[in-house]
Ligand binder design. Structure first.
Ligand code: ADP
Ligand code: MG
Length: 316
């Protein structure tokens, strides 16, 4: 790539977008460094797709600007489109055509043709483990294969930057994990920068850096580990058949923040490693397991916004 290694892959400066009276993005700024896997995390309605439409030159921001490897999305939009591969939320594959036919069409759209196009289609199909399904109609493929097929389409013009807008929506957990393994591998094999939106916390955990988006604003921008460390507490989970009694005892004896949740008792405490031994002794015989963990990205999101990332934030 001709781009300087220090030049950001993507930069947004004070991007604001309004649909009529509704502000979908409010002064969003972020720098995505080359080679990173950058996650944009937020519930439905938080502005993720609007941001991606602006970055991919499909929408003009109301205010602010954005660049992709130094090219402005407005002033140099065709250059930006060459540098980007984009998987939108809605499929662009034609179910009645074979996967290979779809990819050939897609490549032609990017000005590729002849042997060079056929070679790239075959390489992309191979890399995405779809070679044996190339002659099948897309409508006969599983959801996971279709998503990989779309990814193959985006790779044909060999863009240095990929934008993936909620690429795993509608996939089952196995297909989701497989898709993430695939993009992690593609990133390494092609040294690409990947921006991905998600409202799923386990997916967010797999990113190098995250922007948490809430009602169109960036509320946090850091690595998953930094975000968790900022929380200043660990989580101790006690599986037990008597959660209410244990919650009361923990509160009375230690004054810690404790409550029941799906897993049993959840305790938030500083330096959990120093406390867990005491809890094991105290509750001997009254629990099935006690585990220590860092807060999740879900906890971080909830603390910063008061809402869960998988709930709709579209109340504005
Ligand atoms: P997300 O992708 O995070 O769900 P969107 O960018 O789609 O968020 O939407 C952000 C906000 O803008 C929401 O309140 C949504 O209802 C609104 N919105 C999105 N697209 C349009 C549109 N074309 N016209 C009017 N409002 C829109
Ligand atoms: Mg969206």
């Amino acid at each position: 790539m001709s781009s300087l290694p220090t030049e950001p892959a993507v930069e947004a400066r004070n991007l604001t977008h309004k649909y009529g009276d509704r502000t979908a993005l409010r002064k969003v700024s972020m720098v995505v460094s080359q080679g990173s896997l950058f996650g944009i995390v937020g519930p439905n309605g938080s502005g993720k797709s609007t941001l991606f439409r602006i970055l991919s030159t499909l929408q003009k921001p109301t205010d602010g600007s954005a660049t992709v490897l130094g090219s402005d999305t407005l002033a140099a939009s065709s250059l930006v489109r060459q540098k980007l591969g984009v998987v939108f939320q809605n499929s662009i594959l034609d179910g009645k055509l074979t996967l290979r036919e779809n990819l050939l069409h897609h490549g032609q759209y990017y000005g590729l043709g002849g042997r060079r196009l056929r070679e790239r289609v075959d390489a992309a199909l191979g890399q995405l483990r779809l070679a044996d399904r190339a002659k099948d109609k897309v409508e006969t493929l599983s959801g996971g294969m279709r998503r990989r097929g779309e990814l193959a389409g985006c790779l044909l013009h060999e863009p240095p930057v990929l934008l993936l807008d909620e690429p795993t929506v509608g996939l089952d957990p196995v297909a989701r994990r497989d898709f993430w393994d695939t993009i992690t591998r593609i990133r390494a094999e092609r040294s690409m920068t990947i921006l991905v939106t998600t409202h799923l916390m386990d997916e967010a955990e797999r990113c190098d850096r995250l922007a948490l988006l809430h009602q169109g604003e960036v509320v946090a921008l850091a690595s998953p580990d930094e975000l968790k460390a900022d929380m200043g507490f660990d989580v101790i989970t006690i599986r037990t058949t008597q959660p209410d009694a244990l919650v009361n005892e923990v509160k009375a004896a230690y004054g810690w923040n404790a409550r029941t949740d799906d897993h049993g008792v959840r305790i938030e405490v500083e330096a959990g490693h120093a406390q867990i031994g005491g809890l094991i002794e105290r509750f001997e015989g009254r629990f099935e397991s006690i585990t220590l963990s860092k807060p999740s990205i879900e906890d971080v999101f909830f603390l910063r916004t008061g809402v869960k990332s998988d709930e709709s934030g579209d109340g504005a």
